[in-house]
Design a protein around this ligand. Structure first.
Ligand code: PMP
Ligand code: GLU
Length: 399
């Protein structure tokens, strides 16, 4: 037999990663590109975290660990879930993986049978539908609206349910919109989830990055949903540790057990040194996290006011994460010279070509007519990007 996997052929490459790579390659060729593609903090990993990793190497903590994670880290994660999220887990209900991305992947493989429907509110993080497909699930995209703050409503969820509905992926704070679900929003969704018998994968990786006095609420803490929710988080975003690749999840013992089995046949444990570093991050002081959030807020406000001054851009303040997700549909059908902007894909290509600013189009997030701009970069880069974008948008006109 010849030919590669038809399933994998039907899966898209991660567009956030592909566009980040494209921007880096242009930079390496000497092109002065401002890259607003990657969602990763530009801060350094905190010193005490780096020291813990160096100590781990010196202590020869460089061998396999238990598949599900080192016991000290599992304890720290349980304590964090209990004190910050109101979630009580036993030691067999935690799995440490190679990034939150890996946690979600393991959870979907553990939960889905072929043909099971995975409900994904749009705008969504680019990887959810593709991961669902790899797990033999069928992504069912449920649009949300600007009016509802891009949050899934109970009616929209009810409308998406079928006999095959199996799991809902809920992301708060959201990548790409920055929207944040309140406790009331989650309580309103709970009866629909419960009566449909859905599992929930709650992706809370941005839980620490919140603005405007908003607070984070975990849907797993709603009593009626006990036994249905897998809560995913990690150290990548809050502690500027994207390269260390440590994520984790807590959930029903049977789901975690099945996910651990998947992991035992794929990667074994997450990196031993990075687990020690994650332990230092979770049990150490939080000052660095607070400093980063304060700085992100400053950048958000600066970038928002610059973009809002561009006629045609429609943008609401994001409550969390570090992305702006403006509606740019006013520019669809416009042109600059011979370049016609047929949609957000062409607009993003035009902005890269004309302004040398790399952004991610809305289409891979399930939202044509939008673009995503990460502000996890320096104020100097934001200022440069804002002025270049203003120039490039000003060139666009409708006939
Ligand atoms: N979920 C969302 C919504 C994200 O934006 C990211 C960022 N890559 C992840 C999960 C995965 O994070 P990581 O694998 O770096 O822990
Ligand atoms: N989560 C980040 C983003 O959306 C990092 C890249 C990725 O894993 O998608 O840009």
């Amino acid at each position: 037999m010849t030919g590669l996997s038809a399933k994998i052929a039907s899966v898209e490459e991660s567009q956030t990663l592909a566009l980040t790579k494209q921007a880096s390659q242009l930079k390496a060729r000497g092109v002065d590109v401002v890259s607003l593609t990657a969602g990763e903090p530009d801060f350094a990993t905190p010193e005490h975290v780096k020291e813990a990793a160096i100590r781990a190497i010196r202590d020869n903590f460089t061998h396999y660990t238990p598949n599900t994670g080192i016991p000290e880290l599992i304890t720290a994660i349980r304590e964090k879930f209990a004190s910050k999220n109101g979630l009580e887990f036993g030691p067999t209900q935690i799995l440490v993986s190679c990034g939150a991305k890996h946690s979600i992947f393991n959870a979907l493989l553990a939960i889905c049978n072929p043909g099971d429907e995975v409900i994904i509110p749009a705008p969504y993080w680019v990887s959810y539908p593709e991961m669902a497909k790899i797990a033999d699930g069928i992504p069912v995209v449920v649009p949300t609206t600007r009016e509802s703050g891009f949050r899934l409503t109970p009616d929209a969820l009810s409308g998406a349910l079928t006999r095959r509905s199996k799991v809902l992926i809920l992301n708060s704070p959201s990548n790409p919109t920055g929207s944040v679900y309140s406790r009331t929003d989650l309580e309103a969704l709970a009866p629909v989830i419960e009566s449909a018998g859905l599992y929930v994968i709650a992706d809370e990786i941005y839980e620490n990055i919140l603005y405007d006095n908003l607070s984070h609420h975990s849907i797993g803490a709603i009593g009626a949903l006990a036994g249905r929710v897998v809560t995913v988080s990690g150290v990548s975003k809050a502690y500027a540790m994207t390269g260390w690749r440590i994520g984790y999840m807590g959930g029903p013992a049977e789901v975690i057990g099945a996910a651990a089995k998947v992991q035992s046949q794929a990667t074994s444990n997450a990196n031993s040194i990075a687990q020690r570093a994650a332990l230092a991050a979770l049990t150490g002081p939080d000052d660095d996290v607070q400093r980063m959030v304060t700085e992100f807020r400053r950048r958000r406000d600066l970038f928002m006011s610059a973009l809002n001054a561009i006629p045609g851009i429609v943008l609401d303040p994001p409550g969390g994460a570090f992305y702006l997700f403006p509606d740019v549909s006013a520019f669809v059908g416009s042109r600059a010279g011979d370049t016609v902007i047929a949609g957000d894909m062409q607009l993003s290509a035009y902005l890269l070509d004309q302004a040398k600013v790399a952004v991610v189009p809305g289409t891979p997030f399930g939202s044509p007519g939008y673009i995503r701009l990460s502000y996890a970069c320096s104020v100097a880069e934001i200022t440069k990007a804002a002025s270049r974008l203003a120039g490039a948008f000003a060139e666009l006109h409708h006939d």
